[in-house]
Design a protein around this ligand. Structure first.
Ligand SMILES: [Mg+2]
Length: 165
């Protein structure tokens, strides 16, 4: 029952993902979480390295769409700053938001990677869609209370999957 939570790949952070390697896996799109994946939840402006990573994806022809469970204001601001589409209030792990992102990119689930810091929203959601899932370590220690509760469960699931280190 824990296999549904298993990511295809684990990485320290978004910027550690080798885009050319993803391209070799025939991945043409990335659905990227915002909070604690793209930037810490209490930051509003992505750092230079993150901007360069997004630019590199664009140059390689890899589409990036932001998909967040948070409110639209933040997603819209980042969408403008990075000049990529963003969807807020996605209710991950539900499929609807992922499907909308796919439509936006004009890609099939097998051509898309999901990158996020949470097993129960990003990884589970991506796995349900049959997408390539990548779990990254969360960027900020301080988090919302609801996220903290999920983190405790996450640690247990990670142990079951042999992912804790
Ligand atoms: Mg997140």
């Amino acid at each position: 029952m824990f296999e549904r939570f298993r990511p295809d790949e684990v990485a320290p952070g978004l910027k550690d993902l080798n885009l050319e390697k993803l391209q070799k896996k025939r991945l043409k799109g990335i659905i990227c979480d915002i909070d604690n994946t793209l930037l810490p939840w209490d930051h509003d402006v992505p750092d230079q390295e993150t901007r360069e990573w997004i630019e590199q994806a664009k140059n390689l022809g890899i589409q990036v769409v932001l998909l967040s469970n948070a409110l639209p204001r933040r997603a819209n601001s980042l969408s403008e700053q990075l000049d990529i589409p963003a969807r807020a209030q996605a209710v991950k792990p539900r499929r609807k938001g992922f499907k909308k992102a796919l439509e936006e990119m004009g890609l099939e689930p097998g051509e898309v990677a999901v990158v996020g810091d949470q097993i129960f929203t990003d990884v589970w959601g991506g796995n349900r869609m049959g997408m390539y899932t990548i779990l990254v370590s969360p960027l900020a220690e301080k988090e919302f209370f609801s996220t903290k509760i999920l983190r405790c469960l996450e640690i247990k699931v990670k142990k079951k999957l042999g992912l804790s280190g």
